[in-house]
Design a protein around this ligand. Structure first.
Ligand code: ZN
Ligand code: ZN
Length: 401
């Protein structure tokens, strides 16, 4: 179980405790007392992880080898998974005038069902020998997938990131010339297809900004990732509300389990997630569950809300404790620290707890950033977590005779 952005630094408002230390957390502490504890540098000491790179590490992949940028993982979060060499971009639906001047980068924060209807304009689209797929993502966002020979993600952004003229994609290396040409043609076509679209005519009548162009940015190539079931000989599932986490897990070959009420927001139904994980473990060898809420309160800089969220997470942990069989190896970890003070991710290590039948208890009695380092797992890298869990589960192959 990954508690997103759970780790923190000492906060003055909380009497120089971390939100985790300030929260009532009987269930997490029960696990800490009965399990083995340690600290994790998700990527390396002092490296500030994104949620994407940290989840790759937790799944035992070296982010420095397989992370190719946010685009492909974001695309996979919406269900668009390309093969090695395919290129994905994040896009915004935006409003432009006739001179390609951006009036609204988010087209009035357009969302479903308008975006879902608009993307049908790109069904069965090919530009030269490249197959084009467009899928709506959250709110005004969409993803663009290019599939075909000779693609490269190394082009400049079309999105001007401001109310300025739409940029022309330029290749940053000679190999990217074809991709830049295809993307520029796609942007031109998007204006042509969307400006006159019935959804936009309706929006005009309703006085809403039209979404008459798609602006790609942040391209990335789909990496060559050995699927999780092949790499470990285990079936696996992911339970997460956040699209990017689903994308990471989908690219790694995990099944995505949708849980009603699991939104990835502060209002997410955590206990429903816990029940789903318990059920899923009856069918699968491995489940990764992500709970996002603590990270959101940190980005908001709201210490009190973070303490409350942690207490709700603890209640969910109680649900897991009651429902998981003794054959299950349980691990609790944060994917990174998100200090309230920084409102962003830091490179601090995060607490890890591993519990299973027969585990040798260490002296740690509480689950938090300060206590975990006194545990028997001491200080490891994110990539080390899964091999340890596999060994605890009796699934590790012997190295040597
Ligand atoms: Zn995260
Ligand atoms: Zn975050």
């Amino acid at each position: 179980m990954v508690m997103d952005g759970l780790g923190d630094r000492a906060v003055e408002e909380l009497g120089w405790k971390t939100p985790l230390q300030a929260a009532r957390r009987p269930n997490l502490n029960w696990y800490a007392e009965n399990g083995a504890n340690g600290l994790v540098d998700m990527i390396g000491p002092g490296i500030r992880p994104g949620s994407d790179t940290s989840h790759l590490a937790i799944l035992g992949y070296d982010p420095r080898k397989v992370y190719t940028g946010r685009g492909p993982f974001e695309a996979a979060g919406t269900g668009v998974v390309g093969k090695k060499g395919d290129v994905a971009f994040r896009c915004n639906f935006a409003t432009v005038d006739k001179n390609m001047l951006v009036a609204d980068r988010r087209a009035g924060r357009i969302k479903e069902p308008d975006t879902t209807e608009l993307v049908t304009a790109f069904d069965h689209l090919m530009i030269d020998d490249i197959t084009i797929t467009v899928k709506p993502a959250t709110e005004h966002r969409a993803v663009l997938l290019l599939q075909g020979p000779g693609l490269s993600p190394h082009i400049t952004d079309v999105d001007p990131h401001d109310e300025a003229n739409v940029h022309e994609a330029k290749p940053m290396s000679p190999e990217a010339a074809k991709t830049a040409k295809v993307v520029n043609e796609f942007v031109r076509l998007s204006y042509q297809k969307l400006d006159a679209h019935p959804v936009n005519q309706r929006r005009k009548r309703e006085g809403k900004p039209v979404a008459n162009i798609l602006l790609p940015r942040g391209g990335g190539v789909f990496p060559d990732i050995q699927p999780f079931p092949e790499k470990y000989g285990m079936s696996g599932s992911c339970i997460a509300g956040v699209s990017l986490i689903k994308g990471i897990c989908r690219v790694c070959g995990l099944d995505i389990i949708e849980v009603e009420g699991a939104t990835g927001g502060k209002d997410t139904d955590m206990k429903a997630k816990a029940r789903a994980a318990i059920e899923e473990l009856k069918r699968k060898d491995f489940v990764l569950m992500n709970v996002k809420a603590a990270d959101i309160t940190s980005h908001d800089g709201d210490a009190k809300a973070k303490v409350e969220v942690i207490e709700r997470i603890d209640a969910m942990v109680g649900e897991l404790r009651a429902g998981l069989g003794e054959e299950v190896v349980v691990a609790f970890v944060a994917d990174h620290c998100t200090p309230i003070e920084m409102k962003d991710h830091s490179g601090d290590p995060v607490p890890l707890m591993i519990y299973c039948k027969g585990i040798v208890k260490d002296p740690v009695k509480q689950y938090d950033e300060g206590s975990a380092g006194q545990g028997s797992l001491s200080r490891i890298r994110g990539m080390d977590i899964l091999p340890i869990l596999i060994d605890k589960a009796g699934r590790a192959e012997k190295y040597g005779a």
